[in-house]
Write a protein that binds this ligand. Structure first.
Ligand code: DC
Length: 219
């Protein structure tokens, strides 16, 4: 069985997906991390995704591998574990830009489908229900208001000891939503058969309980 969870940046997808997968004994696959690993390579090597020839050359030198250590997904970029480094803000923004390019999406699609074919997976991203796993038994579109998402992100950064600017966070979220929803290839949108969940006024536990119960109904 496969579960697809899509939604905009900061909707709580990864926290909720991780916990739901654990309760259901599914493997959690974070596809955003794969885009981030490619973005990290581009940043490190000063490659612009707008430069088609440079992007194609860069992609031929990138090997992305997913592994599970103590149940947690680890992302390897050419055999280096980059799971922590890819969480930086600049990497997320570059991932969103790189994800508009078809050679980048094509490179990751096969990897994502292979993972889903090999186990019961709960996969999160932007185009999982619409494009990667159109036959997933359960599809969720998880969202929250921009204000709530910005506030959650601010808290997260403060917990890391940073002093974030809420207006900048808000602007970044809006720019990322726009880019992810308006690109030509596999843009973020709710699949026709996805269950829409707005987590703005829900706790993490409530959202997880809803997903777990929907998954059990469809098993
Ligand atoms: O979920 P995230 O913030 O880690 O994802 C980073 C970017 O990667 C996101 O802004 C768009 C892109 N992405 C995508 O295009 N398709 C996916 N399935 C997952 C992520």
């Amino acid at each position: 069985m496969n579960i697809a969870i899509d939604g905009p940046a900061g909707a709580g997808k990864s926290t909720i997906a991780k916990r739901s997968a654990k309760e259901l004994s599914f493997i959690y696959v974070d596809t955003g991390a794969m885009y981030r690993a490619i973005a990290l390579y581009l940043l490190r090597n000063d490659v612009s995704p707008e430069d088609e020839a440079a992007l194609t050359k860069a992609l031929s030198g990138i090997n992305i591998r997913i592994a599970y250590e103590d149940g947690a997904q680890q992302v390897y970029l050419n055999d280096e574990n980059v799971s922590t480094e890819i969480r930086k803000e600049e990497v997320g923004n570059m991932a969103s830009l790189a994800a508009t390019k078809s050679p980048v999406r094509e490179k990751l699609l096969a990897l994502q489908r292979d993972l889903a074919a090999s186990a019961d997976v709960l996969m999160d991203g932007r185009d999982i229900g619409t494009n990667v796993l159109p036959n997933a038994e359960l599809k969720i579109y998880l969202t929250a208001s921009v204000d709530v998402r910005a506030e959650r992100r601010r808290k997260e950064l403060e917990e890391k000891g940073e002093t974030p600017d809420i207006e900048k966070i808000r602007a970044d979220i809006e720019a990322r939503d726009y880019q992810d929803m308006h690109r030509d290839i596999a843009p973020l949108k709710q699949a026709d058969d996805a269950v829409w969940i707005d987590s703005s006024d829900m706790t993490i536990e409530e959202v997880v309980a809803r997903i777990v119960s929907l998954a059990k109904e469809r098993r």
